[in-house]
Design a protein around this ligand. Structure first.
Ligand code: GUN
Ligand code: FE
Length: 452
């Protein structure tokens, strides 16, 4: 990553979000990526005949910088940001439907994650996992690792080696899990976390690609000593993001209440342990009471909305996303792979749309459904905000990193709705979002580097 690459230029259609309700479709756009992988310039409505002149004004000699001319049906869009993802569940996706959350953890998940004790297995499976997400256009993922410090280091190394941007966390869990799959003691849990943080500082000191994230699995699996240890780390490292599962299921909330009767709700619990801040990524947030919602607002927490997992693990659950957006909370989308059976952010966008229709019914129309443009925002800039990376990624503003997808909608291989001669660019984009897949994601760039 350190060395400069050749600068790059693209000419053609560029689609990105400027805000929740502002999808920008730029035709005949000239986008220049500098050698350090950041966006140097973006000009709209540039006739092809003017490209060389504009490149010259940016300090390049035409002919010495490669210009990629996008054809009809091809466009650039920002890479997807998956705000909630369990890397060690890569090999269990789709397995174990028809169970409650806690049953599914106990009967399916812990046994899968326990395999990451073996570093060779971790290396092989994480290589496949990261490759799988990259090919589907996930340029940034916020990963939960397993409980193993070493395997979680391997996950971070894998992201670096493949060029994917990521938040990576060693999962803290020292109770309510089998003794063959839990941290041996609170001291061990915190020691392994510190070693993990030190390793990440060493392999990517400037956090060019990989950022460590504190990852208490949820309060059920962490006793007070572990949570207090994480509070100390968070306090000493105010720039560390924090992720956990939050108000995900009634069964989980009831059990949490039994374990922590001193707190009226999960917001109070996590806040007490210093884990509710503007750097918190709270997965699911399905049943959030009014006092909790106010606290999340005041503390500027982020929500990782995972509509596929919410509707297919345990009962069909609908998170009040419109309400979160109304309140100005940061919201992004997460696959929750493998609780979510799909690892595709396109699928997550579609399910976010479907579930928002259910929410409209549930609220007698008070919560309007998400538009596709809003779903696209959540999958890109919204997710970047949740991960604390919106100064760097999420759309194509000058100065941001070029984390992008080159989408080809007219390909022989694939099942996307065919593009017709009279389709507008907006319709082509809609067809891709609703029916495209990895075969339409021809190229993936992170920090200007092509990684697919
Ligand atoms: N809560 C605690 N662990 C998990 C997990 O692995 N997946 C989901 N969806 N919820 C959890
Ligand atoms: Fe999860």
């Amino acid at each position: 990553m350190a060395q400069e690459m050749s600068p790059l230029a693209f000419h053609g259609t560029v689609i990105h979000s400027l805000a929740l309700d502002e999808l920008e479709i730029l035709e005949d756009c000239l986008l220049i990526v500098a050698g350090d992988g950041t966006i140097q310039a973006i000009h709209k409505n540039v006739p092809r005949s003017d490209v060389d002149a504009l490149i010259t004004t940016q300090g390049y000699v035409p002919g010495t910088i490669s210009v990629r001319y996008l054809q009809r049906g091809q466009f650039l869009c920002p890479g997807f940001v998956d705000t909630h993802n369990h890397a060690p569940q890569w090999a269990q996706r789709g397995v174990g439907r028809g169970q409650s959350l806690l049953e599914w953890l106990e009967k399916v998940t812990f046994a899968h994650e326990a395999k990451f004790e073996d570093p060779a297995y971790a290396r092989k499976m994480y290589a496949s996992c990261v490759r799988g997400f990259v090919r589907q256009g996930t340029t940034t993922a916020s990963y939960y690792g397993s409980k193993h410090g070493e395997a979680s280091q391997i996950l971070a190394e894998t992201c670096l080696a493949q060029g994917q941007r990521a938040l990576v966390g060693k999962c803290n869990m020292n109770r309510n899990a089998p003794d063959w799959y839990r941290d041996a003691s609170p001291a061990d849990s915190i020691r392994e976390t510190n070693e993990f943080l030190a390793h990440l500082r060493q392999i990517d000191p400037a956090r060019k690609l990989v950022t460590p994230v504190l990852t208490p699995r949820f309060a059920i699996s962490c006793d007070r000593d572990v949570l207090a240890g994480l509070r100390d780390i968070a306090k000493a490292n105010p720039d560390l993001p924090i992720q956990t599962h939050f108000n995900e299921a009634e069964q989980e909330m009831d059990f949490t209440k039994q374990l922590f009767p001193e707190f009226p709700h999960e917001a109070a619990l996590y806040e007490h342990f210093g884990l509710l801040t503007e750097r918190s990524i709270l997965a699911h947030c399905i049943f959030v009471s009014e006092p909790e919602l106010q606290r999340l607002q005041e503390l500027h927490c982020g929500v990782a909305h995972c509509p596929i997992a919410n509707t297919t693990v345990g009962p069909f659950m609908v998170a009040p996303v419109r309400e979160y957006l109304r309140r100005g909370l940061k919201v992004g989308l997460g696959t929750d792979s493998g609780g979510g059976y799909s690892s595709s952010m396109l699928d997550v966008m579609r399910q976010a749309f479907v579930v928002s229709l259910a929410r409209r019914t549930q609220t007698d129309g008070r919560d309007p459904p998400l538009s596709l443009a809003e779903c696209f925002f959540l999958a890109t800039l919204g997710g970047a905000q949740v991960c604390g990376l919106d100064g760097k990624i999420g759309n194509f503003l000058v100065g941001k990193a070029f984390d992008a997808l080159e989408v080809h909608t007219m390909v022989d291989e694939g099942i996307m709705t065919p593009v017709e001669d009279d389709d507008s660019t907006a319709v082509i984009w809609e067809k891709f979002v609703m029916t495209g897949d990895d075969r339409n994601i021809a190229k993936v760039y992170v920090q200007g580097k092509s990684i697919k």
